[in-house]
Design a binder for this molecule. Structure first.
Ligand SMILES: [Fe+2]
Ligand SMILES: [Fe+2]
Length: 299
């Protein structure tokens, strides 16, 4: 039976869907003649989403200076179109995949903590290396493991067996998932990313974040791969917590090959800076979640 998990996921009728506005914004993003007006109008068609985007734009994560933005139009001018598209995508995925009562609260929490931490760390390294990925690194970090949420929702027992085995035996989740589910979170996540028409760089990161040298968006996949490892080193893991030497990792080698100054990264300093990451993660999650989401979580 386990060999058919991916096929069975392909045939599930009630897989989570992205809000139509998110799909529209993502497709507008690819058009060369996209305007501030068209993006703002599109987001406004989903008033709760519009309110959340505005709230995020004013949060500590995105706010620039003291000035509060009170319209989406202003938010786009201040943060730029790319960042607003990132925020819209993150919020939409977050709401599409948020809590299901069947899931274990501890796993779900560790999943989101790990995902947000990976996004924040990716943003940090991106700045240090001068990669200028324009906020796309945060979305990619946030979404890299979405396959785990789908496996957990629809194949809960098998997923939990893989999760526990990974912790007990100190083995990577993608290996134990393969054993227990006959697929892994990268394959499942890639399927969902394509189904949702997420931009190719995101689908690529979802599929290759454990083998970044195989990716088409190699730099981005390597950045997320490294952020993923550092999130685990900061004790923000969803599953395995294996130790590693960063300079031996595929991600490190890829970034180095691409001419990025990884050798200049002061890992001790980054590890020190990462100590506050747990608080930043909590602050991000409480900004994104509505009070009603939290109530649902306790249920
Ligand atoms: Fe992963
Ligand atoms: Fe991960």
């Amino acid at each position: 039976m386990k060999d058919h998990v991916l096929d069975r996921i392909r045939n599930i009728d009630d897989l989570p869907t992205l809000p139509s506005v998110a799909l529209e914004v993502l497709s507008l993003a690819h058009q060369s003649d996209v305007t501030i007006q068209s993006i703002a109008e599109s987001i406004h068609r989903d008033p709760p989403l519009a309110a959340k985007v505005l709230r995020m734009a004013n949060s500590v994560f995105y706010r620039r200076g003291d000035r509060k933005v009170d319209t989406l139009h202003h938010a786009i001018i201040f943060l730029g179109l790319a960042e607003i598209i990132n925020i819209t995508t993150s919020l939409s995925v977050f709401s599409a995949l948020k809590s299901r009562k069947t899931q274990e609260v501890s796993v779900r929490e560790s999943f989101w903590d790990h995902s947000v931490a990976t996004g924040l760390i990716a943003r940090h390294i991106d700045k240090k290396l001068g990669m200028r990925t324009m906020g796309r690194e945060f979305v990619a970090g946030l979404l890299h493991d979405i396959g785990k949420i789908i496996l957990d929702q629809y194949f809960h027992q098998e997923f939990m067996a893989a999760y526990n085995m990974s912790i007990e035996k100190d083995r990577p989740m993608y290996e134990t998932e393969m054993e227990m589910c006959g697929t892994n979170h990268m394959e499942v996540g890639y399927f969902i990313a394509q189904k949702w028409n997420l931009p190719p760089y995101l689908a690529d990161v979802v599929l290759w974040h454990h083998q970044p040298s195989q990716a088409s968006s190699r730099e981005m996949a390597a950045l997320i791969s490294m952020a993923n490892l550092l999130a685990k080193a900061a004790q923000l893991s969803c599953g395995d917590r294996m130790s590693f030497v960063l300079a031996d990792q595929e991600a490190w080698k890829v970034l180095k090959e691409r001419g990025l100054p990884v050798d200049e990264l002061d890992i001790e300093r980054i590890t020190f800076e990462m100590e506050s990451i747990g608080d930043q993660v909590k602050s991000y999650i409480s900004t994104v979640m509505e009070p009603s989401d939290k109530e649902q979580d306790n249920g």
